[in-house]
Write a protein that binds this ligand. Structure first.
Ligand code: NAD
Ligand code: UD1
Length: 329
């Protein structure tokens, strides 16, 4: 297949491009480099030993997208491009609504107009809100606590309505907590400024960039009192996209991409210390506003219908995350 990947130089996109190329698909990446660097292209190429076509383009640019898609005749689109910082979305909601909605609307318009009928969208477990885990795809979406989460729910809705009114086949992938990096150590997550997410904060503490980790609360109703999440290795997540585009079904299909297993913050810290033989100083502090106690997936639907399941365990996640951090200059 020939596939357009938006945001393909970012964290999840770059790993997905690697897996797509390795499966023999032809990939064209567009990215506006808002949260990535052009050097990621050559890193992908050195992993796959294949050349990658990259065009610096904004996914909100309808005319540019139309011209590109007329020229290239794609079989499908995987849409990663978007902003993802929860805290920033609260402070600058319009920036988030503009980028995340407009890119999705304009890509979908082009797809419908040109008959590109496979569309894969990066959604998030955040659409389940404060529901009770394990989350399954039939659960009603609960109130989102921030504009970022709201953009994901709105894009899901926009794409669902579009699919009903056209030949577009839409696959909504709800990611749980992607962590880790490619085993080569060449691509991974490069956070902008102080990391908000747990794993990049842990690796920066390990490297000495930050003094200690703040564990946000130990009084949740969980085994050790700290928050529980479904961490998924980014390479497994990337493979989930390959499975999704290769087995696209008609209409709208929604899949959780997670492991189905919850891991607490203290379990992550301990796994990181044991596997990498490095100490992580930490203190327990207040809960972070907006956090829920427990979030993990019911991942059986993706297994049944896409024949995909996550295979890498927590040790591989913490090992690859640390390997990538050590390679970063
Ligand atoms: P990322 O920031 O690393 O990658 C996004 C890429 O899109 C970046 O390279 C950025 O430069 C690019 N981009 C942003 N706006 C663009 C635009 N208008 N036009 C062209 N390029 C644009 O983020 P990621 O972690 O790889 O996430 C990818 C997608 O998955 C996002 O939509 C994100 O919301 C979603 N998601 C991420 C997570 C997570 O934990 N990382 C969880 C759930 C969902
Ligand atoms: C967060 C976002 C979510 C987004 C996801 C991926 C919030 C409320 N949720 O999810 O919308 O889709 O990132 O970008 O921001 N933790 C610490 N110390 C830290 C960082 C995190 O203890 O320095 C804890 C958290 O309380 C949580 C767990 O680690 O229990 C995971 O946190 P994080 O990596 O930020 O992911 P989520 O909160 O699940």
């Amino acid at each position: 297949m020939k596939i357009l990947v938006t945001g393909g130089l970012g964290y999840i996109g770059s790993h997905t491009v690697v897996e797509l190329q390795q499966r023999g698909h032809e990939v064209v990446v567009i990215d506006n480099l808002y949260n990535s660097q052009e050097s990621v292209k050559s890193k992908i190429e050195s992993i796959t030993k294949k050349s990658l076509k990259f065009i610096k383009m904004d996914a909100t640019d309808y005319e540019g997208l139309l011209e590109l898609c007329k020229l290239e005749t794609f079989d499908g689109i995987i849409h990663f491009a978007g902003y993802k910082a929860v805290g920033e979305s609260v402070k600058e909601p319009l920036k988030y609504y503009h980028n995340n909605l407009l890119s999705t609307i304009n890509l979908a318009r082009v797809a419908v107009e040109l008959g590109i009928n496979k569309f894969i969208f990066s959604s998030s477990a955040t659409v389940y809100g404060d529901g009770v885990s394990p989350f399954d795809e039939t659960m009603p979406l609960l109130e989102r606590t921030n504009p970022y989460g709201e953009t994901k729910a709105m894009c899901e809705r926009i794409l669902t309505d579009t699919a009903k009114a056209s030949n577009l086949n839409v696959t909504l992938l709800r990611y749980f907590n992607p962590v880790g990096a490619h085993e080569s150590g060449l691509i991974g997550e490069i956070p902008n400024g102080i990391p908000n997410n747990l794993m990049p904060y842990v690796t920066q503490v390990a490297k000495g960039i930050r003094e200690k980790l703040y564990v946000f609360g130990d009084d949740y109703d969980t085994s050790d009192g700290t928050g529980v999440r479904d961490y998924i290795h980014v390479v497994d997540l990337a493979k989930g996209h390959v499975a999704a585009i290769e087995s696209t079904k008609t209409g709208v299909n929604v899949y959780n991409l997670g492991t189905g297993k919850g891991t607490s913050v203290l379990e992550i810290i301990n796994a990181f210390m044991d596997t990498n033989k490095i100490n992580i100083p930490y203190v327990i502090t207040d809960r972070r506003p907006g956090d829920i106690a427990v979030s993990y997936a019911d991942a059986t639907k993706a297994f049944k219908e896409l024949k995909w399941k996550a295979e890498k365990d927590i040790n591989e996640m913490v090992k690859s995350a640390w390997n990538f951090e050590m390679n970063l200059k």
